[in-house]
Every structure is written in C-alpha cells, then in structure tokens.
Design a protein. Structure first.
Length: 453
C-alpha cells in the first residue's frame, strides 16, 4: 500500500482479500507493515476498539515485548559446548521476528512452501505456562515455522534451543540464528536433550515442542525419497548421513520382518495385507530380470499392484502407509519419541509444558501410555478401590520407595488441540494433526495416603 494514506480499515480489507486468495506472503507483509505504522487492526465486531495483531497479548506476551524497550539485558544464549551466542546491546536489540504474531508467521511460511500446523494453538499453550521470558526447546526445527512464531512472541530475555537431524533443516536454523541470537541451533537428535546445556545457563526449560510430522519441503523434495508421488532415490532417512537407506534395507530384509514393520507402523489394521505387501516387495527384490529396487516409484508400483488401487492424491496413495512404516522403522521414530518423553520431563521445570504434535494414532497412543505411567490418581476417586488395583492402574504410585522414582507427575493440561476449519482450508496436511499438551507437576499423592487406618 505504498503511496497511500491507508488506515486500519484499508489494511484489514487488503489482508482479508489476500487471505481469501491464499496469497499468504502478501497478507503477512501487509500485517507487518500495519504493525510498523502503529495501526491497530480489529476483527469483525470490534472496530473502534484497541486490538493487537498478536493473540499472545491476551496472555501478557505481547505486552511484555512492548514494555521491555530499553530494559537492560545481561543474559546471553549459551551454545552447546560452552560457546555463548552474542546478543546485541539492549538499546539496539531487535530482530525481524520480534513482535510478529503466530498467524503472521504461519501465513509467511505458507507463502514459502511450508505451513506449521496448529501454530497459534501450540504457541498459546506453551506461553500460557512459561511466559515471554522463558527458555523453550523446539525438538524438531524442520523449516522453522513454529520456531519463528515462538521467537516472535518472546521478549528479549526469552531463548529458544532448536534440534534437528536433517542437514538442510539445521542449515536453515543456523541461518536464522545469525539473524536472531535468541535462537541456538543443535545438529543432534532430540533424544540428546539432557546432554545439551540450555541457553542462558538456566537449569530447566519453560516449554518444549515436538512436531512428529515430516515437513512439507521434505515431502516435496523428490531427491529425499519421502514422496509417494515423485520419483526419486528410495532413501527415507531424516539424516542421509546416518544409517542405511530404504533401498539397502529392503535388499536384505526378510518377508517376515518387513511384514511386521508394515503392520506395526503402517497397515496396523490389516496384518494380512501387510504380509501380502511384504511378500510382493521381497519377491520383486529377488527378481533378476528387473532393475534393482532403488527408486520410490518402483516400490510404489509394487504396493499399487497388491492393493489394486491408484490415486493422484497424496492422502489416498496406496503406498503412503508403506512408505510411512519403512521411514518410521529406519529412523527409529518411536524409540526416539520414548526417549524424548522421558528426557523432556527431566529438563522441564515444574509447571512447564511439553507439546507433542502427532499425525498418527500410534504416536498419540505412545504419548498417552507415557502419561498413564506417570500420572497421579485422585484419592477421592480411588479411595475405596483395592490397593493392588490402584498399584496396577497407577504405576507411578507403586514406585514409592524406589530411589529412582520421580518426584514429579504428568497430566494432560487440556484436550488435544486440532486444526480449525480455516486452517484445514489453507493446509490439508493439518487434517490428521493433533497436539497433546502435557504438564509437569509436583507429586502430591503418596502410597502412604492409602495405608489402612
């Protein structure tokens, strides 16, 4: 809107038009321009009333950013290995992300080819517990959509530690950290969280985020071998420098082992179908009159022949669950998730939250199993139950007396977060996403509370 004396209503109309046309980058740029001019945009029904573009203001984060201007800042981001990231002097400290809302960051990310799912809800859930001055961990940086949104809501004291094993993802994280020294990037698996010092030398984290999905650029880059629709090398590793590729694994795997992997991580509702696909894949590998099974479309064609289906849609591709299962196995995703859950609760401070974005039922089930093993019972509910049943149904209570038993418990802080209808229209990949919000709390119930008499 250069050259125009645009008021808030003009900006609001232009942003709405861009959003309706899915021109996310233009909508984000217009939002930022309105902010820079000090305009307060109002949603329908609130015209004439002050309203911030940043929904975090309602929780104090936006106000914190505004009120921090000129405050001395003595903290610095402590990088792994002891190297401290340089932070600019308070009088000049400003980054391109400070003050941007999650909605603005999400729209910009859509324009760049990757939309972070559940962005606003996830950031709200984290900041509700830790505030704008907290130290947070993004265990799966990906292309940085959630990280950018969180940095936009943090004050100058806030810090973010980001993990990823994908070389291209960590390269993007390093690039962003040069623009925003509040971010420290680490090229390690998130299961290494306990071994990496938190920024600023703090002992505990305010909040931790883990997005278990494959990022859109990974799906769209055919050379990575994740896409069912594009032909490329059959790799499927998050870090192509670690482990063996899917092609190499399939060249040696038995039909029985492959069937187990496909059933456990993909075709979990149909063991017979998983076994048929496994036999067909192994038979194709052993054929000497055909080229070696090294390409994604070669594998997809084998699965398509077994299922007798075809589709141009990503979510209806016959081989989608087969690719998912092999990727999950090769990258040890469930073992990594289990390590993350235990490590996160050790690193979180009391009252801190772990938000896990799941895309598969099995992922959500794994998180819930962890919660069941570490949640407290309500004495008013279980008071007249047999003691052995309480022990069995609340394993944490049964560990009283064990020197390794944790002094904390876990609870789901709220119902699972799901994509809004508006987000689903803009990003169909969010349709299977749900975020589980876990909170670390002090244990208050002990086995002695149920002693007879």
């Amino acid at each position: 809107l250069a050259g125009l004396e645009a008021d808030a209503m003009t900006y609001q109309a232009a942003i709405r038009t861009c959003g309706a046309g899915r021109q996310w980058r233009w909508a984000a740029l217009l939002q930022e321009e309105a902010v820079s001019k000090g305009l307060a945009l109002a949603p329908p029904g609130l015209r004439g009333k002050a309203w911030s573009l940043d929904p975090m203001v309602a929780h104090g984060a936006g106000e914190r950013i505004a009120s921090d201007a000129g405050r001395p800042d003595s903290s610095s981001a402590e990088a792994p290995g002891g190297a401290a990231a340089e932070v600019a002097e308070p009088s000049t400290f400003q980054t391109p992300l400070m003050g941007l809302s999650p909605a603005s960051v999400a729209m910009r990310s859509r324009g760049e080819g990757h939309a972070p799912v559940l962005c606003r809800q996830v950031i709200e859930a984290l900041l509700d517990a830790g505030g704008a001055d907290g130290v947070y961990v993004d265990c799966t940086f990906g292309r940085g959509g959630h990280a950018r949104a969180l940095l936009g809501c943090l004050s100058r004291e806030g810090r973010l530690l980001a993990f990823d094993v994908d070389p291209s993802a960590i390269a993007e994280a390093n690039r962003l950290s040069k623009q925003d020294p509040r971010l420290v990037a680490v090229h390690r698996p998130f299961s290494d969280l306990p071994q990496v010092p938190l920024p600023g030398g703090v002992a505990t984290a305010s909040g931790i985020l883990a997005d278990l999905g494959v990022s859109s650029p990974q799906l769209d880059q055919k050379q990575r071998g994740f896409s069912v629709l594009e032909d490329g090398p059959l790799d499927l590793r998050m870090n192509p420098r670690v482990g063996i590729s899917a092609a190499d694994w399939l060249a040696t795997v038995s039909a029985e082992e492959l069937a187990w992997v496909l059933h456990a991580y993909g075709e979990d509702g149909d063991a017979a179908l998983a076994a048929r696909i496994a036999e067909a894949v192994v038979a194709r590998v052993r054929r000497h009159d055909s080229p070696p099974l090294r390409r994604t479309q070669q594998l997809a064609e084998v699965v398509r022949a077994v299922k007798g289906e075809s589709s141009a849609s990503l979510f209806q591709q016959p081989a989608r669950l087969t690719f998912q299962a092999i990727r999950t196995h090769l990258n040890r995703e469930f073992q990594q998730l289990d390590s993350l859950l235990h490590a996160s609760l050790e690193v979180l401070g009391v009252g801190g939250r772990l938000v896990v974005i799941c895309f598969k039922r099995a992922e959500a089930d794994a998180v819930r199993r962890f919660v069941r093993r570490h949640e407290e019972c309500d004495p008013d509910v279980v008071g007249d139950w047999p003691l052995d049943r309480i022990h069995r149904l609340y394993p944490l209570l049964a560990r009283d007396g064990d020197p390794d038993a944790p002094e904390w418990c876990v609870a789901e802080a709220m119902p699972p977060l799901r994509a809004s209808a508006e987000e689903l229209r803009a990003n169909t990949r969010a349709r299977s996403a749900r975020a589980l919000v876990l909170e670390k709390r002090v244990r208050r119930v002990r086995l002695a509370d149920f002693a007879p008499g």
